[in-house]
Write a protein that binds this ligand. Structure first.
Ligand code: SF4
Length: 231
């Protein structure tokens, strides 16, 4: 890897957003069956060094200037914390006076070294996709020893001390969290994590939509139950 990859700049709430991937291929501590990036051999939760990071950082500096970005969104092929230069990426963006949004699945926010990195970001996104331990293991296939209870408490404890905006993304998946009992559990999880913003999504990826997608009606009902009218 000697460069990061970027999406075309887009406008969100009037701001020019630059989205950047800082991983050469998928590196994640989970291996979800519906991962849009595909299956992974690289299930990791410790940092790795990748080649070419100095030139990738120089290029990022230039791209920020040329694109006139107003917010940089680190949305990587997996768990961005795994890149051992993530701190330098964040520092560079901050040195240009720009806010940083970081996407993580949220599990590693419970570890001090990653929590300290996330604390430097203006916005952090954490996620949840299933509501039972069994489904967590079966569907998200995390590193051995991970539990859903710890996943939730990691995000909750992170957000208790975090000064920025914590955005919590819930994906509704048919057969896993779309029944009334699951919706109630999701409500409790939202309460425990206490995010600044909740986003409710559903499976939109064409490869999984038929099996795991829910109807418009049910989606609207769940959003209403979770207090997300108009979300
Ligand atoms: S957490 Fe995200 S990146 Fe990681 S395996 Fe699951 S869907 Fe893919």
């Amino acid at each position: 890897m000697n460069r990061f990859s970027y999406k075309d700049i887009y406008i969100e709430d009037g701001k020019r957003v630059l989205e950047i991937n800082i991983l050469p291929e998928k590196y994640c501590n989970f291996d979800c069956i519906f991962c849009p990036i595909g299956r992974s051999e690289n299930k990791v939760d410790t940092q790795k060094s990748f080649e070419g990071m100095d030139s990738a950082l120089r290029e990022l500096d230039k791209i920020i200037e040329i694109s006139k970005a107003e917010l940089v969104f680190i949305n990587s092929k997996g768990e961005a914390f795994v890149n051992d230069r993530i701190d330098d990426v964040i520092e560079l963006i901050k040195s240009k006076g720009l806010p940083v949004r970081l996407l993580s699945n949220g599990y590693l926010l419970g570890k001090d070294e990653y929590k300290n990195i996330a604390n430097k970001c203006d916005e952090v996104i954490g996620e949840i996709k299933v509501v039972t331990e069994e489904d967590f293991r079966k569907v998200q296939r995390p590193i051995e020893g991970y539990t859903l209870a710890e996943y939730i408490s990691n995000m909750a404890s992170f957000n208790k001390q975090y000064k920025g905006k914590f955005i919590f993304v819930i994906t509704i998946i048919k057969g896993y969290n779309d029944d009334e009992e699951s919706v109630k559990k999701l409500k409790d999880i939202i309460k425990e994590i206490s995010p600044d913003k909740v986003i409710i999504e559903r499976m939109e990826d064409e490869r999984f939509k038929k099996k795991l997608g829910i109807s418009d009606e049910r989606f609207e009902e769940i959003k209403r139950s979770l207090g997300m009218v108009g979300n």
